[in-house]
Structure formats: structure tokens, C-alpha cells
Design a protein around this ligand. Structure first.
Ligand code: KG4
Ligand code: ZN
Length: 353
């Protein structure tokens, strides 16, 4: 019997169970992450972060990321299994992020997962990273049920998605240029802050005031889309002008003004969309979702509109294996087939694919 037939036969057997054990691997950017879940329950969530390695370059260097994933992946997997008190024999299936992300980095996780799946003859589930970010919410809140509106704000995406069911999403708005996290990282660099910029800007902004005027994109346009390049350029120009005049730049005020503007836009677009659609539940996902001002603002404004807001704890917002395991569980429950050993990574995988 061929591997894929054995895998699908096993998958059909475990599909009915609520205690499916998933070992999930995530290596799309700069975190080598492996988690073990049982149903919606998180048993372990091991992460080897490369932030310290990439910090000195001011951002993620793809080739260095791939090499470090290669070195870390086996140990992180062993750590995840040990923390869960399990061995590979206890695992029902192997899940892996196959896109979107850095191609070389993704390939490390995909190759490792394929080898594990084939060696153990267990089903392999190929997971979309962005759908994984959304699914992180089911780990944090197991009774969460679609439909709801989800703001996905990460280093590579800024999207408003209507999650109709566990396997159906509809895109309502997307960034037309930079992703929100990307803008945080670029502005941080201008302010001389280390990578990743989001948490650094959030920290510095606490000491500042939102006193600097920045542009609002698509002000008079009827859209839920985003644009961050104009705001980013305005921040850069503002800093350069002061520099040329030899005047001191109040970095905290600039960080605060930037954060206020981008969080305002995310909250306004998401809640306007929710009101227009008559949706009463909003969920936040992705690395920028760890931002306290965004969480607070969304909760407060939504409350006034009688809309319920939910977001995962910070460690489930940034990249992790638990979110990939959670999405794999959803896929299995929705009848997904196992992937074959020729599974390839897809750097530009789109949100809805
Ligand atoms: O979801 P994520 O971990 O990776 C991607 O899939 O891209 O998101 C990483 C992004 C980075 O741009 C980082 O600066 C941003 O999330 N981020 C934050 C915060 N924590 C992480 N942005 C704003 N405030 C934060 N507290
Ligand atoms: Zn991510």
C-alpha cells in the first residue's frame, strides 16, 4: 500500500475523535516552533527564537534563518514531545506550515515534517500560516465558533477576513502596500530601535504624546483596505527634516503618534466593516495583535457598539506551533485529505488558499 493511502486511511479513522493528537511544525520566518495539541488543548509549545541572531542585521536574513532552523528543528521537536510527556508513537498526525513565508525557512519545516510523517507512516497536514494565526484563537478560547470578523495583523499581512465557518473565509479588506508589522519594523529602524520594531515602539510610545500629525490613507474612499507606505514615508520625512535643521527629534512622540495612527486605522476599518455587515463578534490575530494599544482600543470602541472582542494571549499572537496544530485540527474536522510526500513550500501562498 502506498504511503498516501495509508495516511488517508488513518486520517479517516481519527477524524471522528475530539482528542486527536497533533504535532505541528512552524518555520516560516525567524521562530523554529513545535507544538503538541490534543483536540483544542495545548500540551506543549516549544519555540527557539532567532530574534537575537537577526537583531544585529536590523531584520531577518533569509539564508541565516534557514540555517538556524536546520540546526534547531530536531531539538525543538524533541523538547515539544518531552514537555507534552509523549513520544512520536502517541502522535496521530504531523502538521506543518507550507506557506506563506521565506522559502528556504519554510522548506526546512516542510522537509522535516515530510520525513517524520513518512518514517512513522502518519498523516501529514499542510497548513496555511495565516489561517494558523486565526486558529490560535481556538486554542485560547475553545468554545469560539464562526461566524466572526477577524483582523489579521502580522509582519507580512494586514487583512480583514470574515470567517464564515471553520473552512470558509471571505476577504473584506487588505493592505495595498506594506503590512502593518512591516511598517512598525521600518519606523523602528528610523527611530534607531532594534528588530523586531513592534514591541520596541509600543514601549517607547508609553513615554510620548500623539502630537505629530500623520496622514490618514483612503480618507474619503469607501473601502476596508489598508495602506501603510504613506504613513511610513511621512514618519521618515518628519525625522529627516528635523535632522537637516539640526533640531532634536522627540522619538517617543513620533513612536506614539505612529502607533495611534496605525491602530486607529485598524480598529476603524474592522469595526466599520463589522457594523456594515451586522457582525457582533470581532477577533484579532497575528504578531501585531500583541500590541496593547490595539487590543485596548478595539475592546473599548467595540464595547460601545455592542460588539464582542476576543484576542489570544501574546505568545499565541506571534508565530508559534500551537496555531498550526489548531488549524490542522480544524482541517481534519472539515474533511481535509493528507498531503503526499511531494508537498512543496509556497512562499506566496495567499490568505484564502
Ligand atoms: O505574526 P508574526 O509573529 O510573524 C509574521 O507572520 O509576520 O508578526 C511579526 C510582526 C513583526 O512585524 C513585529 O514587529 C510585530 O509583529 N509585533 C508587534 C508587537 N509584537 C510583535 N507590533 C506591534 N506591537 C507589538 N507589541
Ligand atoms: Zn506569522
Amino acid at each position: 500500500m502506498k504511503y498516501i493511502d495509508i495516511a488517508n486511511e488513518k486520517l479517516d479513522k481519527i477524524r471522528q475523535r475530539d482528542d486527536i493528537v497533533v504535532l505541528a511544525i512552524e518555520s516560516s520566518c525567524d521562530e523554529t516552533a513545535v507544538a503538541v495539541t490534543c483536540g483544542r488543548k495545548l500540551l506543549s509549545n516549544a519555540i527557539a527564537s532567532q530574534i537575537e541572531i537577526h537583531k544585529r542585521f536590523g531584520g531577518v536574513v533569509p539564508e541565516i534563518a534557514s540555517r538556524n532552523h536546520t540546526m534547531a528543528i530536531d531539538n525543538v521537536t524533541k523538547e515539544a514531545l518531552a514537555k507534552a510527556g509523549m513520544t512520536l508513537a502517541d502522535v496521530d498526525c504531523i502538521a506543518v506550515t507550507y506557506g506563506a513565508g521565506l522559502l528556504g525557512a519554510l522548506l526546512v519545516g516542510v522537509s522535516y515534517a515530510k520525513a517524520l510523517a513518512f518514517a512513522t507512516q502518519k498523516p501529514l497536514i499542510a497548513v496555511n500560516h495565516i489561517k494558523g494565526h486565526i486558529a490560535a484563537n481556538y486554542i485560547a478560547k475553545p468554545d469560539l465558533q464562526p461566524p466572526y470578523l477577524c483582523l489579521i495583523a502580522s509582519g507580512g499581512h494586514t487583512t480583514i477576513a470574515y470567517v464564515k465557518s471553520l473552512d470558509e473565509i471571505e476577504i473584506k479588506g487588505s493592505t495595498q502596500d506594506d503590512a502593518c508589522g512591516e511598517a512598525f519594523d521600518k519606523v523602528a529602524r528610523v527611530l534607531g530601535l532594534p528588530y523586531p520594531g513592534g514591541p520596541q515602539i509600543e514601549k517607547l510610545a508609553r513615554e510620548g504624546k500623539p502630537s505629530i500629525e500623520l496622514p490618514t490613507p483612503y480618507k474619503d474612499k469607501d473601502t476596508y483596505d489598508f495602506s501603510y507606505s504613506g504613513i511610513k514615508t511621512a514618519v521618515i520625512n518628519y525625522a529627516h527634516k528635523l535632522q537637516q535643521k539640526g533640531e532634536a527629534l522627540n522619538k517617543a512622540d513620533l513612536a506614539c503618534s505612529f502607533q495611534e495612527k496605525v491602530t486607529d486605522i485598524m480598529v476603524n476599518n474592522t469595526l466599520r466593516c463589522a457594523v456594515d455587515m451586522g457582525v457582533k463578534r470581532v477577533v484579532i490575530a497575528g504578531g501585531v495583535g500583541a500590541n496593547g494599544v490595539l487590543r485596548e482600543k478595539m475592546s473599548q470602541r467595540a464595547h460601545a457598539l455592542d460588539i464582542e472582542v476576543f484576542y489570544p494571549p501574546m505568545q499565541l499572537c506571534t508565530d508559534n506551533g500551537a496555531m498550526i496544530a489548531s488549524q490542522a485540527y480544524n482541517m481534519i474536522k472539515c474533511g481535509a485529505k493528507a498531503s503526499n510526500i511531494d508537498l512543496d513550500a509556497k512562499a506566496n501562498l495567499r490568505v484564502w488558499e
